[in-house]
Write a protein that binds this ligand. Structure first.
Ligand code: FES
Length: 112
């Protein structure tokens, strides 16, 4: 695990609301799912839309542009038109702070 980065206060993550943070140059979408903070790359693998402008249902996020759905837990595509999974990030909540491991689970196909 790379050195964790403090990216947000848990109190600033309303349940079910996507929140955009930046880790260096990388945009990351955080979602508080019933107290679990999940993190995926913010950029849709279909056509570069920002997923933090999308909609969350349970542990799924829907891209606001063409409606692809991704698992916030695994990054896998659940609904086309996207076909490539998102990078995910490890998160730990400690003392009310959200600490993110900046090493992605996989490469993003359209960004670096
Ligand atoms: S840009 Fe996200 S589904 Fe097309």
């Amino acid at each position: 695990m790379s050195e964790a980065v403090d990216v947000a206060a848990l109190a600033d993550l309303p349940p079910g609301e996507p929140v955009l943070v930046r880790v260096g140059e990388t945009p990351v979408c955080l979602v508080n799912v019933d107290g679990d903070v999940l993190a995926v790359h913010d950029i849709c693998t279909h056509a570069l839309e920002s997923l933090s402008g999308g909609w969350v249902e349970g542990d799924t996020i829907e891209c606001p542009r063409h409606g692809a759905q991704f698992s916030l837990r695994t990054g896998e595509v659940l609904t086309p038109p996207a076909t490539v999974a998102l990078p995910t990030y490890g998160v730990e909540v400690r003392d009310g702070r959200v600490l993110l491991d900046p090493t992605p689970s996989r490469e993003h196909p359209l960004t670096r």
